[in-house]
Write a protein that binds this ligand. Structure first.
Ligand code: KG4
Ligand code: ZN
Length: 341
């Protein structure tokens, strides 16, 4: 029988410290240590994130190994997020992975965080049906720092065909939430409040951007002016209309995303369509994508909630495919905050 491939994945690009074990493509554990400290600052504070990763990394890795039921000497390779992300945060995961690799004398594998989000669709799980997208497929990758449309030709063959020219979709959610006085990250709070609101109650400016690229900064300004104007007339405007405001904001963001995805599908003639990244946890986006199956004859793929936001299982699965391809890196490797797809 051939030898099992066991990958330890490490993710520390932003404010989640995560470690996971994947055996032959199947998840055995996926531990995520989130950092609550940033809530009070209205966004991630890089210095505090880096320090919290330092404190969390050893216990998180220990727990991932323990929960997986394997012994650390069985690990075939360590995969880690090289970038993109916050440099001080990335450095913790990169240094840890290098030391772990040296100590156990096993290879290390550098992973691009955005590729990880996409390959989250290929994580196998016990007692769950495995139904990944078929190549080539389109993936809308929407997170706090990125908004991209990627043509995925194979496990490790990606073509960036559209991206944001300013803010990311997650930022549009978070900044809108901040204008409404909500805590960071505001995306999930907008989602929650939007559930019972009217998506057509208010309308905001729609960006005009060529091709498959996105822009969200105009929408943010339009929301800011709208709120300021209404607060002048009625100081309780937000409180009295919160559900409708959230629902309308969410509807505008989803419209921008879906319109471009539709265009991408037309241009490429691909109707296998996936979403990935933190914003793919948004219930409105998930429902809208499902509707496209009926109206556009798409086959759509939505990751389970646990693989939408940052996690190390997605890094480990990418490491697994790189391992199969003999793509390892040397101990000279450094973190790259602006790593491209
Ligand atoms: O992928 P991710 O965990 O981290 C980055 O790589 O950036 O994405 C985080 C982003 C945040 O902007 C957060 O507000 C957003 O994902 N997010 C959501 C939801 N859950 C997370 N946005 C809208 N609705 C949600 N349910
Ligand atoms: Zn991410």
């Amino acid at each position: 029988m051939c030898k099992s491939i066991i990958i330890l994945g490490i993710e520390s690009s932003c404010d989640d410290t995560s470690a996971a074990i994947i055996k032959n493509g199947k998840k055995l554990s996926n531990i995520i240590g989130s950092q609550k400290i940033h809530e009070q600052y209205g966004g991630v504070v890089p210095e505090l994130a880096s320090r919290a990763h330092q404190q969390n990394i050893v216990p998180v890795v220990q727990q991932a190994i323990q929960e997986s039921g394997i012994n650390k000497n069985q690990i075939s390779a360590v995969a880690f997020t090289r970038g993109p992300g916050l440099l001080g945060s990335l450095l913790v995961g990169v240094s840890f992975a290098k030391s772990f690799g040296l100590a156990l004398d096993i290879p290390i594998i550098d992973v691009n965080h955005m590729q990880g989000h996409i390959l989250a669709h290929f994580i196998k799980e016990k007692n769950k049906i495995y139904n990944p997208p078929k190549f080539p497929f389109l993936c809308l990758t929407v997170s706090g720092g990125h908004t991209q449309i990627v043509k995925v030709n194979d496990y490790l063959d990606f073509e960036l065909i559209g991206e944001t020219i300013d803010d990311a979709a997650g930022e549009a959610f978070d900044k809108s939430a901040k204008i409404l006085g909500m805590k960071y990250p505001g995306g999930p709070l907008i989602d929650k409040n939007a559930q019972n609101g009217n998506p057509y109650a208010f309308t905001f400016g729609i960006p005009k951007v060529d091709g498959l690229n996105f822009s969200f900064s105009g929408l943010k300004t339009s929301i800011l002016y709208f709120i300021q104007k209404n607060l002048k007339e009625n100081p309780n405007f937000i409180r009295h209309n919160l559900e409708d405001i959230c629902s309308s904001i969410q509807h505008s963001i989803i419209n921008i995303l879906i319109n471009k995805l539709e265009k991408a599908s037309e241009q490429t003639q691909i109707n296998e369509v996936a979403i990935a990244g933190g914003v793919s946890a948004n219930s409105g986006l998930r429902n809208r994508l499902k509707q496209m199956e009926k109206t556009h004859n798409w086959k759509t793929y939505i990751p389970p909630f646990s693989y939408c936001t940052d996690n190390a299982a997605m890094i480990a699965i990418t490491g697994y495919y790189k391992y199969l391809n003999n793509e390892f890196c040397s101990q000279e490797i450094t973190a790259n905050a602006r790593l491209k797809l």
